[in-house]
Each structure stands twice: as C-alpha cells, then as structure tokens.
Design a protein around this ligand. Structure first.
Ligand code: NAP
Length: 299
C-alpha cells in the first residue's frame, strides 16, 4: 500500500483518471492540480492550486503522458486555467521526490536535472511500450479502414521497423488476413519475421519493395519514406506514419505526388484512453511502491 505517500497530479487527460483511481485504491495521499472541472470526486483527494507549498510535500509528481511543452506548459483538459511548470515549483520539491511522465521534453529534463530531481519517462520502458503497442496497432488498423476502400484482408501491407510497435502491428495485420511485408535492418529481425510468417526485406530496398503495396505503416523515427521511395508507390496506396513527430515520411513530396500520407500520433490515448491509462497506472504504481519500499514507507 502507499499509505502516507504524497502524490501530486499535475494536469492530464482521461488516461490520468485511471492512474488517480489506482493510486487512490493503494491509499496514497493525493492532491490534484489542474482538475478543477473534474466532476468525479474521491473522498480524501484534494484539489489544489499549483504552488510551491503543495509541491514541497510531494514524494511523487505525476505529469501527463506528454509531460510539458518546450516552455513548461502542462496540458490539463479538466481545467480552464493554464498550468505552467516553473523553476520555483521544481526547486520546492523535496530532494527525494521523483517526476513521472510518459515522455519528457528537454525543458523538463533540464529543469529537473538542475535541481537533482529524477524524471521517469514511462514510455521508455519496454513493458509499457509493448503494452501500448496493442492499442497503437488497433488504432493504426482503424485509420487504415477509415482511409481505404479495400479490406485489410487480402491487401498488401508493409510495416517498416519491427520494434515494439511494428511487431505487434505486423502480427495484427497478419491476423486480419493481410499479406504482410516488413522492412528491417537487422538479421535477427529478419529471422523473427520469417518465424512469424511475414515477408521480410531490408530497408535499403524500400523503394523496390513498396511497388505493390496498398498500405504502408511506418514505425521508424527517421526519414525512411523519402521522395525517392514515395515516387515508387503505386497510385491509391496510403502511408500511415506512426513514428513520433515529425515522423519518417517526406509529407511534402507525398502530397505533391498525390499519395495520401498521415501522421498518426497518440493512438492509445485516442482509441483506448481507459486501457492506455491502466497501462500507465500499473507502471507508475509499481515504481512508486518500489520507491516507498526503499524508503521503508510502504505498509
Ligand atoms: P522501437 O521498439 O525502438 O522500434 C523502432 C524500430 O525502428 C526498430 O526496429 C529499429 O530498428 C527501427 N529503426 C530505427 N531507425 C531506423 C532506421 N534509420 N532504418 C531502419 N530501421 C530503423 O520503437 P517503438 O516503441 O516501436 O516505437 C516506434 C515509434 O513509434 C516511435 O517513434 C514511438 O514514439 C512511436 N509510437 C507512436 C505511437 C502512436 O500512437 N502513433 C504509439 C507508440 C509509439 P533497430 O532495432 O535496428 O534499431
């Protein structure tokens, strides 16, 4: 249990409600900043303003999945007020406190680093990324269905990169009956693709391998879908780019060429906020419990 552990939530969306619920069940002392319009109430959970005083008691600060922007602004969909994390807030945190977020921009890591406060990036963790790949794959399939006039079954789909997201997506597409090809650059990924019953090719040969594709899914966070590659795509094919911004596609050239290409960020939060929230909740609660054990505070 987390009895006696002070957790401050700073902004967030529907996913954060799952995290609040989980930590509430574990008996943490919770303060919510940026939730003034939240209808749901939890007995003993207090809503607070963003002040040094509140943060000075925090053992853990939980930020939204996207952390802050480049200037410290924190998204808070349950609040009409702007939330902005400033140096004075971080300076007020106890030295043992940790900040948890999905991913951190340099603004957050630099600010916390300056004050010796560790920032834990949950989406960096393999377990979280693998669990997250499930709603991501479902969201990618949804976008494909919405943007094509053919079934996934029987179509030729190419997944570029079979890391944590690409592997799940390739398997999902195969399960739906697509002819799945995967672009990889490592021998072990080539072997894994063969084992899975999908067709691997080396990403050096992308242009040649995409000539017969219906739907391209990119998971590589580097520009692999260059103008030269896009020029080889058949008319009517589409690109769904899942890699984090700016994606791996030359979107300007794709538009010029008449190939529909879309960047599709944040799919877990969009298609399955409850599941995405539970994934974060499980990871963050485990980490805070481990910290509490280290400090001899868990009951
Ligand atoms: P990952 O496990 O690191 O997989 C990335 C894959 O890309 C690896 O197989 C890697 O191969 C390959 N790769 C990297 N650079 C390459 C290059 N220059 N050429 C060829 N292959 C290359 O990452 P992930 O967790 O699957 O995430 C992939 C991307 O999707 C990230 O940008 C992530 O932020 C994003 N994402 C988006 C959503 C969404 O909702 N849209 C959801 C989750 C993740 P090696 O192993 O050889 O390096």
């Amino acid at each position: 249990m987390l009895t006696g552990i002070q957790v401050v939530f700073l902004g967030g969306d529907a996913r954060q409600l799952e995290v609040i619920q989980k930590l509430y069940e574990l008996d943490a002392n919770i303060q919510l900043i940026g939730f003034d319009n939240l209808q749901r109430s939890y007995s003993g959970v207090r809503k607070a303003d963003l002040t040094e005083e509140v943060l000075s008691e925090a053992d853990a600060v939980i930020l939204p999945v996207v952390g802050t922007d480049d200037t410290g602004k924190v998204e808070a969909i349950f609040s009409s007020q702007e939330l902005r994390l400033e140096e004075r807030h971080v300076a007020a945190l106890p030295k043992h406190a940790k900040v948890y977020t999905g991913m951190a921009k340099p603004f957050l890591t630099n600010l916390c680093g300056k004050h010796g406060i560790p920032v834990v990036e949950l989406l960096d963790r393999d377990d979280v990324a693998i669990y997250n790949s499930i709603p991501t794959a479902e969201g990618a399939v949804m976008i494909a269905i919405q943007n094509t006039d053919i079934t996934i079954h029987g179509s030729t789909c190419t997944v570029i990169g079979i890391g944590r997201t690409g592997l799940t997506l390739a398997r999902t597409l195969k399960g739906l009956g697509a002819n799945v090809k995967v672009g990889v650059r490592r021998n072990e990924h080539f072997a894994r693709a063969v084992e899975m019953g999908v067709t691997p090719f080396h990403t050096d040969h992308l242009a040649k391998e995409l000539r017969d594709v219906d739907i391209v899914f990119n998971t590589v966070p580097a520009q692999v879908l260059t103008a030269g590659v896009i020029a080889q795509l058949p008319p009517g094919s589409i690109i769904i780019d899942l890699a984090s911004k700016p994606g791996g596609t030359d979107f300007r050239f794709a538009e010029r060429r008449g190939i529909k290409a879309m960047l599709a960020p944040g799919l877990p939060g969009m298609v399955a906020p409850k599941t995405a929230g539970r994934i974060i909740a499980n990871a963050v609660s485990e980490l805070i419990l481990t910290e509490a054990k280290k400090r001899g505070m868990n009951r």
